[in-house]
Each structure stands twice: as structure tokens, then as C-alpha cells.
Design a protein around this ligand. Structure first.
Ligand code: UD1
Ligand code: MG
Length: 475
């Protein structure tokens, strides 16, 4: 049987520089917590078991980890005594001689490919380290080599001037061969400036025991750690670029990629066109040949093939559009399904509803889904026609092919094939305007008398009424 691997994610740091009530590893990039990115990379590199080390009392981190990766073993590091000490808090997860891969919860951009390479390097060494060439090495552990071979990692605090000049740095990711992991980790002491148990000391120990140490180099961008909100935004930018590139590689046209924001889980079909300034929140799936027009916001939505969305459309969680649906400007859809070819082209709210195939939702249509306490559903059949500016007061059902007259307030079910009108009847007074005009010519007395009839007490109110009266006549 192939050697099994346990990934141990360290997340017991305090993350004080985030200045946040939320633990650092739960801050999101591309709409997903950093620790979820790390766990996804761990899974994708083929780990057999996942473990996470959280700080004392961090039930929120533990709960999130269990939700992201059911089956993960969560351990508590009761005192923050260094990275080796933290790994040993999870020793039960590799007690059967599994290889150990140590990752940091705040290093979210790691690619599974690099982790696989690192694991593979264990075939010739007891310890393998992910290194990178740092533009500015300050603060990082330096990888010290002799004749091209890794011999030690020196933390900045303990490094000599010459060692500090080295730009090959420790990314913090380390693989330890199962046969030696526990013995090496247990031998690490805390004789250093910070009096911490440094995981990095495993390298010199392995070399002194002739077990061998190896380095795998990764691009700096991939190993970037997040300590504050600025670095969080930098990591976001790197990830957005990756996601946009991946979408374009898969056949999506992004007219202005730098203005489109994606989530880690955004799914596209082929020949999708995304115009500028579109935001994809979590949980969006887009079918083939869909156009998402400019300034739209989508979240938790499914869009069928050949559909058209936007400009300025908002799809909220639970929006499910079948093929060929058109959603136009200033239309909001929430928790609603729209059947094939249904259209809502302008200014509408469709919430807690089902809309049948080929149904047309006129401009200004509102599903009145909320009565102040509960949400209710609106069910509209196939090929129905909802006239403009209609309010559909839920719960309500509108049958197939039914017509709703413009401006209706629909409070009761409408059967199939029926016409429903729910509005004031139009009243026409013939020649009314002409009579008004003549009346004002005939006597200015009448004109002055009119406001006096108002039952308003104070003078300014009277003046206002007079003005309104004038305006009314002008029309
Ligand atoms: C560490 C490395 C350094 C490397 C750098 C890369 C060590 C000793 N040093 O330094 O070589 O260049 O990362 O970013 O490993 N943690 C715990 N418990 C602890 C201490 C740390 O869980 O007791 C966790 C932190 O939450 C964090 C990670 O371990 O996720 C790294 O700790 P941190 O204090 O940031 O180490 P650095 O000084 O950055
Ligand atoms: Mg750090």
C-alpha cells in the first residue's frame, strides 16, 4: 500500500494584525474562507487525512473546519509555543507513521501541484521544504544550503548578517516522512531568541542524522501569507487573476477581465460572454452561450443555456433560470424559478415564485411575497402575460395563458386562460378640460373663490392649495 499522508493545517495564531473579531483564517478571498482554500489544496494533492490545529477556545474555527471538510480532526494547541509544538498537538493524526504535510491556514494561494511535488520529494529525503525567492526576504526563515543541498533553516531573529543576505526563503510548507516525523519533531528544542519550538529546526536535525532534506521552489505569489487587510486584498487580486484566466482558458469571453469579480466556485459553460463590471458571488452556475451584460450582480444563482442577463440585473440566492430566459435591467430575482424562454425585461421583483415557460413579466411587476411576518409564494403558469405595473399579492396562483391587465393588484388566484383586471375603472368626463378653460376666462372671481372653499386654516396652506389648483388646470 502506498504511504499515507496526513495534512496538518496550523491555525492557532492570533491574527491580531487583522484587527478583527473574526479569526484570521475565516476571512474570505474569492468568497471562500482562507482556510477553505488551504483545505481544498490539501484534498486536491491527494492527502488521506486532514487535521487542523486551532487556538484555545476557537470553537468558531473548529466548526468552520468541520463544515468545510467533514471528517477533519481538529486539535487544540493550548499554549502558543511555536510551529513544531503546534504540529505535535495533532500527533494523534499521524501516529500510525503517516507522512506529514504541514500547511499554514493563512497561506491560501498554494497550488496542489506544488504540494504534490513536495510529497514526491520525500522519496529521497526525510524532510522537504517549499522555498521561494523573496523580493524582500525580511521576516522569513532563510534556507541555508551547502553545495546546493539544504542543510538548515535559520529564522530571521537568529540569523547572521551573511545568512540574512540569502533570498531563498521558507514558505512555511513542510513535508516530513512518516518513518521519522515523530522522532524529529520530538527532538526539536526551544533554544532560540523567541524560545519557541521551531518546525524549521527539523531540517538541521534530519541532516545531522543523515536522513536528507530537499527544497522545492515555488513562485513567491503562491506562498504569500496574509497577516493584515492589505495582504488580504493582495491575495484577493492574485486569486481573481487566476480565476479570470481559468475562465478564459475554458472558453469564456471576459470583455474587461479586470472588472469582473469571481468566486472560487463560479462555474461557466462554453461561449459565455461576460461584459464589464459583473460580480459573481458564491454559488453561481452559468450554462452555455449565456451573455451576462454589464453591471450585474449574481449570487447563488443558476442560469440556463442561451439565457441573457442584465445589464444591471440582480440574481439572488435561489434564482434558477431555465434556457433562453431573458432578465433585463433593474430586475431582481430571488428564490424563484423561471421556465424556458420566460422574460422579465425591465424593472421587476420576482421573489419566492415560479414562472412558467414562455411567460412574459411586464415592466414594474412586483411579487408581494412578504406580509411583514412570513414569505409567501407566487405561482405563474406557462405562457401567461403579466401586464406592466402589476402587484401579485402572494400567496397567489396565475394559470397557464392567463392575462393580467396592467396596473392590477392581484389578490386572488386567476384560472388558466382568464383575463384578470384588478384596478380602478377608468372614468372619462367629456369636454371637461374645455369647460375648465372657459370657466377661467369668464370670471376671475370664480378663480379666486376656489381656494377659499378649501377647509384649510392657515394662509400658507391656502396659498399651496391655490398653486396646486392652477397646476391641475394647466394639464
Ligand atoms: C514561519 C516560519 C518561517 C517562514 C514563515 C513563512 C517557523 C519557525 N518559521 O515564520 O521560516 O519563512 O513562517 O510565512 O516555522 N502557529 C501556530 N502555533 C504556534 C505558532 C504558529 O499554530 O505556536 C501557526 C500560525 O497560526 C501560522 C503559522 O503557524 O499559521 C506560522 O506562524 P507564524 O508565527 O506566522 O510564523 P512566522 O514567524 O511567520
Ligand atoms: Mg507568519
Amino acid at each position: 500500500m502506498a504511504q499515507r499522508t496526513t495534512v496538518v493545517v496550523l491555525a492557532a495564531g492570533e491574527g491580531t494584525r487583522m484587527k478583527s473579531a473574526l479569526p484570521k483564517v475565516l476571512h474570505c478571498i474569492a468568497a471562500k474562507p482562507m482556510v477553505a482554500h488551504v483545505l481544498a489544496a490539501a484534498r486536491a494533492c491527494g492527502a488521506d487525512r486532514l487535521a487542523l490545529v486551532a487556538g484555545p477556545g476557537r470553537e468558531d474555527v473548529a466548526a468552520a473546519a468541520r463544515q468545510i471538510a467533514p471528517g477533519i480532526s481538529v486539535f487544540t494547541q493550548h499554549e502558543r509555543r511555536g510551529t513544531a509544538h503546534a504540529v505535535l498537538a495533532a500527533r494523534d493524526a499521524f501516529a500510525k507513521g503517516e507522512n506529514v504535510l504541514v500547511l499554514f491556514g493563512d497561506t491560501p494561494l498554494l497550488r496542489p501541484e506544488s504540494l504534490r511535488e513536495l510529497r514526491a520529494a520525500l522519496s529521497g529525503a526525510a524532510v522537504a521544504v517549499l522555498g521561494f525567492r523573496a523580493k524582500n526576504p525580511r521576516g522569513y526563515g532563510r534556507l541555508l544550503t551547502e553545495n546546493g543541498k539544504l542543510v538548515a533553516i535559520r529564522e530571521e531573529n537568529d540569523a547572521t548578517e551573511a545568512e540574512r543576505a540569502v533570498d531563498l526563503c521558507n514558505a512555511g510548507v513542510m513535508a516530513l516522512a512518516g518513518k521519522h516525523a515523530l522522532s524529529l519533531l520530538s527532538a526539536i528544542d526551544n533554544r532560540n531568541r523567541k524560545q519557541e519550538f521551531y518546525l524549521t529546526d527539523a531540517v538541521a536535525l534530519a541532516v545531522s542524522r543523515n536522513l536528507g532534506a530537499a527544497v522545492i521552489e515555488a513562485p513567491e505569489e503562491e506562498v504569500m501569507g496574509v497577516n493584515d487587510r492589505k495582504q488580504l486584498s493582495e491575495a484577493e487580486a492574485v486569486l481573481q487573476k487566476r480565476l479570470r484566466d481559468a475562465a478564459m482558458d475554458a472558453g469564456v469571453t471576459l470583455t474587461a477581465p479586470e472588472t469582473v469579480f469571481l468566486s472560487a466556485d463560479t462555474k461557466f459553460g462554453r461561449d459565455v460572454v461576460v461584459e464589464p463590471n459583473v460580480v459573481f458571488g458564491p454559488g453561481v452556475t452559468i450554462g452555455d452561450n449565456v451573455t451576462i451584460r454589464a453591471f450585474s450582480h449574481l449570487e447563488g444563482a443558476t442560469v440556463g443555456s442561451n439565457a441573457r442577463v442584465g445589464p444591471f440585473a440582480r440574481l439572488r440566492p435561489g434564482a434558477k433560470l431555465a434556457a433562453e430566459v431573458h432578465i433585463g435591467n433593474f430586475v431582481e430575482v430571488k428564490e424563484a424559478t423561471l421556465g424556458k424562454g420566460a422574460k422579465a425585461n425591465h424593472l421587476a421583483y420576482i421573489g419566492d415564485a415560479s414562472v412558467g415557460e414562455g411567460t412574459n413579466i411586464g415592466a414594474g411587476t412586483i411579487t408581494c411575497n412578504y406580509d411583514g411576518k412570513n414569505k409567501h409564494r407566487t405561482e405563474i403558469g406557462n405562457r401567461a402575460f403579466i401586464g406592466t405595473n402589476s402587484s401579485l399579492v402572494a400567496p397567489v396562483k396565475i394559470g397557464d395563458r392567463a392575462y393580467i391587465g396592467s396596473g392590477s393588484v392581484i389578490v386572488a388566484d386567476v384560472p388558466a386562460d382568464a383575463l384578470a383586471l384588478g384596478r380602478g375603472r377608468q372614468f372619462v368626463k367629456k369636454d371637461w378640460a374645455k369647460q375648465q378653460a372657459q370657466g377661467s376666462k369668464n370670471g376671475s372671481k370664480q378663480k379666486k373663490a376656489a381656494p377659499a372653499k378649501q377647509k384649510t386654516g392657515n394662509k400658507s396652506a391656502k396659498r399651496k392649495a391655490a398653486k396646486l389648483g392652477k397646476k391641475g388646470r394647466k394639464r
